[in-house]
Design a protein around this ligand. Sequence first.
Ligand code: SF4
Length: 395
Amino acid sequence: MMCDSAKSETEVPSTFMSLPVRSIYVHVPFCEHRCGYCDFSIIANRAELIPRYLNALRKELETSPHLDSHLLDVDTLYIGGGTPTLLSANELEELFSILSDSFLLAPDAEFTIEANPDGLTADKIQVLKSVGVNRVSLGVQSFDDSRLIQLERTHSVQQTETAIELIQQNFNNFSLDLIFAIPGQTLSEWQQMLLKAISFQPPHISSYALTYEKGTRFWSDRNKGNFQSTDEQMEVEMYLKTISELTKANYDHYEISNFAKAGSQSRHNNIYWSGRPYLAFGPGAASFVDGQRHSNHRSSFTWMNRLEQNQSPIVSTDDLTAEERARELLAIGLRRREGVNLDDLSLAAGVDLAVCCDDEISNLIEKGWIHREFSELRITSAGLLFADEIASILV
Ligand code: SF4
C-alpha cells in the first residue's frame, strides 16, 4: 500500500466501499424552543410544520439514491433531534409507518429514540413500544432545577424523575445524557449529579462538558462578559470525577464521553466510531456511504423546500482522498477506549496508516497521549484530556 492517495484508491480498493449499509439515522428537527447553547439543526416552537416535515421525509426516502424498492435490512435505527418525542402519538405512528416502508429491522436490531422528559407521555411510550423501539436516550442534563433554568431547558427535575420511571417500566435499555461545567457549578455539585444519575441504574450514561459554539446565544453572552465559563482546570476535574464515579459504579468508559454497563454500549454510535457506513435522513443529516460523506442542507426549511420541488436535499458531498478519510477514521477510532488496529484499519481504508501517519503517531506516543502495542493503538488516560488535539494532529 502507498501513501499516494490517488494510487491507493485505484490500486488498493477500500473495503469500506463494499460494506453494506445496515444503520440508519433520522433527524427530527422540532423543539419547544432553542436552548441557549444549542447549535443543532432544529426548528423551535413550530409544531404545526410537523406534517410538512413528515411528507418531506417520505419523499426523501422514496427518492434516495441509496435506497431501492426493496426494504433495507437494518441493525441499528436511531431517531435523533431536536426532540423526536415532541411529535404527538399519532405523528410518531406516521413517522414509523413512513420508515417501515423503507426499512426492515433485524430481530435483534437496536432501535433508539431521543426523548426529553417533558414530552414523554404514556401514550407516546405505547407507540414507541408497539413499533419496536428498544432504547431511549433521555436528555436529562441536570438534576438541579436552577441549572436546568440556566441551560434554558423546558423540563423540571420532577418531570425527569417521572420520565425515567416510565422508561424503566417499559424498556430495559436506556441512556441518560448529562452536562457538566455549567457556569457556577462546583465539583461536589457535579458529583451529586452523577450519584443521582447512577441511582436510577441506567445501562448507559453520556456526559458532555457545556460547549460554547459560535452563533449560539451562550457564545455571544460569554463574549459580551455576561457570564464566565467554567475554568479549564475545573472542567478537567469534573471530567476526571465523571470517570472515577462511573467506573466505581461498574460503568465501562468505552468512549471519551460515553459509559455503559456490560453489553449496553450504543451499537449505533459504535458504527460511527468504527467507520462503518450509515445512511442519514432529515435536515442537517449526513450519510457515510461508499467511502463518501453526503450532507443534507442544515436549514429545515431549505431541506423541505428542496424535496417539495423535487430537488435533492444533499448540499455537499465531501471529496476526501483515501488517505484523508483513513486519517479521519483513525482519529474517530481513537475516541474509543478499545482503540484501533492499524493493520485492520489500513486494510479497510486502502491506505497504510502506519507509514502515512508515522510522524504523527510517534509524536502522540511521545506526548504520552496514545499507547502502541504492535498494531494496536489506544488513547491513554492522559490522552483522554486531549482528544480534540489528537484529532487535529491526525487529520
Ligand atoms: S432540546 Fe436539545 S436539540 Fe432542542 S434546542 Fe435544546 S439542546 Fe437543542
